[in-house]
Ligand binder design. Structure first.
Ligand SMILES: [Fe+2]
Length: 257
């Protein structure tokens, strides 16, 4: 069984490029791959895309009804991919943004081209309020690709890491692929999800990546990343994570940035 922690499958309120037909095909394929639980995580960008918890849960209920009607054995869970802002603790307090299945876990997204200087402070503030931030696809961030210590620091401060299945397969380029594999080997990944947006370029697929990850780290550790840690999120349980193996070598192979 697999659980997909990060998807954009709510048509209409997200930047999803699925239509009803292609989404149902994708969901049936996901079911065949062994996915039984999927988080819907539409983008939340303060001042830009502010879908409320109520709107997301209404759209999710509609999609869940369709899935049931089509006899697909998949259960949906609420979430959002929240673009980082120092207002996030306040937004959570005011219940303006949903956590993952109403748990202490939240999925957060950084810009891809930089690491905001306030990330340390944000992670600290969230952890002080007993939230657990899960950083979406850091292997795609160009600063983190070059300086993985940023990510190591965030994990040591209490954040967890979600990696995209496509990154492992090379769908986001060689740098993301190299970073993805490096982070896996150094215990710096806690969830692998599809981040699906459409049927072709960013599909709802996990199994190919799972096969690769099993070769890198073995079946048992792979199952934590594709199922067990996400199951703990659903139940709002503590997630035991292995110690990071620090990345010692310098990271100049991509040239200066
Ligand atoms: Fe996403």
């Amino acid at each position: 069984m697999m659980i997909d922690l990060h998807t954009h499958i709510l048509m209409g309120i997200d930047d999803s490029n699925f239509d009803k037909e292609s989404l149902l095909v994708a969901l049936r394929n996901a079911e065949k791959e062994g996915v039984r639980k999927i988080f819907v995580t539409p983008h939340y960008v303060q001042f830009e895309v502010e879908n409320s918890t109520q709107i997301i849960s209404e759209e999710m209920a509609k999609l869940q009804a369709l899935i049931k009607q089509e006899n697909i054995d998949i259960t949906l869970y609420i979430g959002a991919e929240i673009f980082v802002t120092l207002d996030l603790p306040m937004l959570l307090e005011q219940k303006k943004v949903p956590t993952l299945n109403h748990s202490r876990y939240i999925l957060i997204e950084m810009p891809l081209g930089m690491v905001p200087r306030y990330m340390d402070l944000l992670i600290y503030q969230l952890c002080m309020k007993e939230y657990v931030p899960i950083i979406a696809h850091p292997e795609r961030n160009v600063r983190i690709q070059k300086h993985p210590k940023y990510l190591q620091n965030f994990i040591e401060k209490g954040a967890l890491v979600q990696m995209n299945a496509g990154s492992i397969m090379g769908d986001f380029g060689g740098r993301a692929k190299t970073a993805a594999r490096l982070f896996l080997k150094h215990n710096m990944v806690h969830f692998i999800a599809s981040d699906a947006h459409d049927a072709h370029h960013r599909p709802l697929k996990l199994l190919d990546a799972k096969n690769v990850v099993e070769k890198i780290m073995g079946k048992q550790d792979a199952s934590s990343l594709f199922e067990h840690n996400a199951a703990a999120v659903i139940l709002n349980q503590y997630i035991q994570t292995p110690d990071i193996k620090p990345i010692k070598r310098k990271w100049y192979s991509f040239g200066e940035r």
